[in-house]
Design a binder for this molecule. Structure first.
Ligand SMILES: [Fe+2]
Ligand SMILES: [Fe+2]
Length: 275
């Protein structure tokens, strides 16, 4: 029984959809899906349904692409929190664990020194605080635009009913801190899951260096220590890595767009073993 993880399936691409279909059944394993499944709700519905049938349990968090408003009417026209609620309904219809559910405890074998392990799926968004110190918040989009690195979220990711994405991010941080304080058992270690990386120093994207403002928040810099993380799982960067900080493993588990992964390995070749 293993805890596996992947993110950034980007199933708008037919290549990625076909590859996902070829994934074999893992009746004993759990799968973490760390966001950016698809822009269309019907594709997310299809994918989470497929994964829920092939794994013993699926734990999901939203990514920015999942939250895009891509329709003029119908379900895909939903904006912001309403869009997130629609994603939750889809996930729950397949029994998939979301950031709004009780944190599941890992029932399998535990790593050395760990007595209990709780998986905490998080939805924290970003607040542009991963910009350089000498760039003002009001200048951040213009600064990124000089290098053509502005994230599509500026057009497609509505924060409604919040005024801005940083406002939504602050609300998510507050709510999540309270839940973690209230619900994490004192003797438990964690696997923290968030689409965006929790630390700025783990972002290495030399091809789009001014994309960092859309990659997370400095508010989570010490969450791996604060919440006793055995591992932290994230995606978004499309740069697969494993880093070690203060003894915690940080796993960037993106698949990515079709040109960013080797098709001969299949999706199975990109399932990262967390436990
Ligand atoms: Fe992505
Ligand atoms: Fe993303």
């Amino acid at each position: 029984m293993r805890l596996l993880a992947i993110s950034d399936l980007h199933l708008a691409a037919a290549h990625n959809r076909e590859a996902l279909q070829e994934l074999l059944r893992h009746p004993d394993d759990w799968l973490i899906v760390a966001g950016d499944v698809a822009e269309r709700l019907e594709v997310t519905d299809w994918a989470l349904g497929l994964l829920a049938q092939r794994f013993a349990r699926v734990v999901w968090v939203p990514g920015n692409h999942d939250l895009w408003t891509v329709g003029q009417d119908g379900p895909d026209a939903a904006r912001g929190v309403e869009r997130y609620d629609r994603l939750l309904t889809i996930a729950h219809s397949h029994g998939v664990v979301t950031p709004e559910d009780p944190f599941p405890e890992w029932p399998g074998a535990l790593p050395d020194g760990v007595k209990r392990l709780v998986i905490a799926p998080l939805f924290l968004l970003y607040d542009y605080s991963f910009r350089p110190n000498d760039v003002a918040l009001s200048d951040v989009v213009a600064w990124a635009d000089e290098a053509h690195n502005v994230c599509g979220d500026e057009i497609h990711l509505a924060p409604d009913p919040f005024s801005t994405r940083p406002d939504w991010c602050r609300a998510r941080l507050d709510e999540t801190r309270h839940r973690l304080a209230r619900e994490l058992p004192d003797d438990a270690h964690t696997v923290l899951v968030n689409h965006w990386p929790l630390r700025r120093d783990l972002i290495r994207i030399p091809r789009v260096p001014r994309f960092t403002p859309w990659c997370g928040t400095t508010a989570t810099e010490d969450w791996h220590r604060r919440y006793r993380a055995h591992a932290v799982v994230s995606g978004h960067l499309h740069t697969r890595r494993t880093d070690l900080v203060d003894g915690t493993r940080f796993e960037e588990v993106s698949l990515g767009y079709p040109r960013q992964w080797g098709h001969s390995r299949g999706v199975a070749g990109y399932l990262r073993t967390i436990i």
